[in-house]
Write a protein that binds this ligand. Structure first.
Ligand SMILES: [Ca+2]
Ligand SMILES: [Ca+2]
Length: 276
């Protein structure tokens, strides 16, 4: 599988071959979903959109502003809302069970050169904007917690989960978790079957402690509007049962390639992976 080599340097990605995206095809075969039978193809490398040679200076500045989120805000790096069936590509939270809701996660990073304080930042979904949607609303507020430059935090849904290693919750952060590449890991400790990201249409928002919408990711045809004017907003155009990952804080979401044999990488930002 030497084609699965990925080299990331800043915003430049070199992806040799699309075989790394084959899990989607395999899953389509398992699930029999006709709409999943197309393997996602990278139309361009994620770095291409920011290639200064292809944009006018004004366009470059606009692109830069769109993609970069200023200090002191973290940014969303990966989201898993549609865990695949089976343990191999379904057990994202590493408790040797695959409970679809419990595996869901949002990964964030501090992309800045100074520490940031996570206290009061919110991760929430569309049900939090729906009148009467409270019973299905996913909403997590981070406790006091410093995120060092480049440090990653992962928030799992936590439904029926026994996540290994140091685990924080809404009250208290835990130390780095070696099972998740040293990231700070949190569980929302969700107890409700209905509190889950939709596989079909959803938005997930990172919100500042002041209530400002910072980083929004959406997919499908939305039935509930997200807040106006987030600092950044991106739509995932095609939905497959894999994580969606940015390879740099200013990059675009792409279906997660196979890394360490998995279709997701909670806690890990791939920089250089080569599979034998
Ligand atoms: Ca699991
Ligand atoms: Ca990751």
């Amino acid at each position: 599988m030497k084609n699965d080599r990925i080299v990331v340097s800043g915003a430049i990605l070199t992806l040799l071959g699309v075989s790394a995206l084959s899990p989607s095809t395999a899953s389509a075969q398992q699930t029999g979903h006709a709409d999943l039978e197309r393997t996602p193809q990278l139309q361009q490398t994620p770095g291409a959109a920011t290639d200064p040679d292809e944009l006018t200076p004004a366009e470059s500045a606009e692109e830069e502003n769109r993609l970069n989120i200023p200090f002191p805000h973290p940014v969303i790096m990966e989201v898993l809302f549609f865990p695949d069936r089976g343990l191999d590509h379904g057990d994202a939270n590493k408790d040797r069970k695959r409970i679809a809701i419990g595996e869901e996660f949002v990964e964030i990073i501090n992309p800045h050169d100074r520490p940031i304080q996570l206290a009061g930042y919110v991760i929430r979904d569309r049900n939090t904007n729906e009148p009467g949607g409270d019973s299905k609303a996913f909403r997590f507020v981070f406790p006091e917690c410093e995120l060092a430059p480049g440090q990653v935090a992962v928030l799992f849904n936590g439904f029926r989960s026994q996540i290994p290693g140091p685990l924080g919750d809404k009250l208290l952060a835990a130390g780095p978790n070696d099972r998740f590449a040293g990231a700070l890991v949190f569980s929302a400790q969700n107890q409700e079957k209905g509190v889950a990201f939709s596989n079909v249409h959803e938005w997930v928002l990172l919100e500042s402690p002041a209530g400002d919408p910072i980083d929004l990711v959406q997919w499908g045809e939305l039935d509930v509007d997200p807040p106006d004017h987030p600092m950044r907003s991106e739509k995932i155009e095609e939905v497959f049962p894999v994580g969606y990952q940015r390879l740099s804080p200013g990059g675009k979401f792409m279906p997660h390639p196979v890394i360490n044999g998995k279709w997701f990488s909670p806690g890990e930002i791939p920089e250089w992976v080569e599979e034998e």
